[in-house]
Design a binder for this molecule. Sequence first.
Ligand code: 5AD
Ligand code: SF4
Length: 489
Amino acid sequence: MTGQKVYIETVGCQMNVLDSELVVGALRKHGYALTDSPVDADVLLFNTCSVREHAEEKTFSALGRVRLRKHANPDAVIGVLGCMAQKDQELIRKRAPYVDMIVGTGQLAAVPELVAKVRATREPQLAVSLGRSDAGRNEVEASFVSYDPTRDPTMRPTPFQAFVRIQIGCDKFCTYCVVPSTRGPEQSRPPEHIWHEVRQLVDQGCKEVTLIGQTVNSYVHEAGDRRTRLSDLIAGMHDVTGLERIKFVTNYPKDMTDDLLNAVRELPKVVKYLHVPVQSGCDEVLKRMKRNYTAGYYMDMLARCRELVPGVSVSSDFIVGFCGETEESFQKSMELVRAAKFKNSFIFKYSERGGTKAAERYPDDVPEDVKKRRNNDLLAVQNENSRADHRAQVGTTVEVLVEGPSRMSAKATHITQLTGRSMADHIVVFDGPERLIGHTVRVAIKDASPFTLYGDVLTDDVVGADVSREPSASAPVPARPNKFSLPLV
Ligand code: 5AD
Ligand code: SF4
């Protein structure tokens, strides 16, 4: 079918952003074009997240609004994809009976076929795994290698940055978390597949790859007597010509091994940034969360990261108001965040998730206003640390991969304000010509806010590349047709 348009909205983590990219790539092969307007679309897809209730409500309100589209265009196909599809098929059918297809995280490769079936039969289509045991490891592996890895650059964060999945699922079973049931068992992809995909991406002009997995540093692949760890995987792609940066997220504290930290230090293309969520500073809370470490263990691990990788930036996640979190236990998170000096932290209020061990075992007993207050208190301390961390960069010169115009430069001026990230993951804003987009430049840092560094680009100083002075076709301003979370209809 030609001339058909697909609209996709994505909520949630990088896994979902990548899944959406792959789904759109598959649909393009069937003649679909991407549209950023739900009004034009023949197929409307919602790639969903279940990690917190707020994300689910966002999807339900988007589905409420899309109902109007169904009135205007009864032939439009509406699909719910991803984690909520996996976890809440019944609820979706009840709250949004006009949804035509519900497709779980392991079945996304079938989206084009399911759309065709809806069109042919007008029957609703359901494709989900029945449970973790049902999503056996072989089936899971097949579901992601059967994806055509020819990627769709227009769906990426920018044309020169890409996510590469190296592992799916999670076996850690933190008691608050739905991921082990929505994404299935942990499985590491064969290294050859990953290296092949990275080479393909670099051939398409990609300069930075972010390797993603729920616990990316638990990556290990065994074949015969060969064992490939994350450090080996990174070393094996490091010398691909044209690849400039390698990142990996998200790390599990217990799996932060010295071989990996040594690789981060020794390999110049590896970004000196580690996201290692601690979740809480209180040992009893960590135990109820089943994180398998104490606050003391985490702080020792952090010291090891900083010792083995001088200058490394570390960021974290926290959950406040988890079941049974007393004021005293919360104060331990405050102490930890004060002492840890993270570059930044993502702080979440605990959201009870049906089907998790925490929902089964412990009452959600911290009132909402207390969760909110603890969130603000922790954030205030983190912001002070973020300010100090950013101020400490003033006077240094950093290498920035230029991602695009900054949000502030939307107004037409002769000079464009550009933005990108340093090798330690700091956001850097500076004035410069658009032809620098997609290149790595050196920027002298002059000023800092808690979240941004400001500086001057060192003129004509493009690292490791020859930049044409013409408005560059090789480095277009990235089109972002579908933002990661858009208002609907
Ligand atoms: N409630 C609140 N935050 C959660 N996270 C995961 N599950 C929950 C939940 N039920 C947070 C954790 C994790 C991040 C991705 O989301 O901090 O690291
Ligand atoms: Fe969820 Fe814990 Fe697995 Fe992270 S490590 S995805 S928080 S179960």
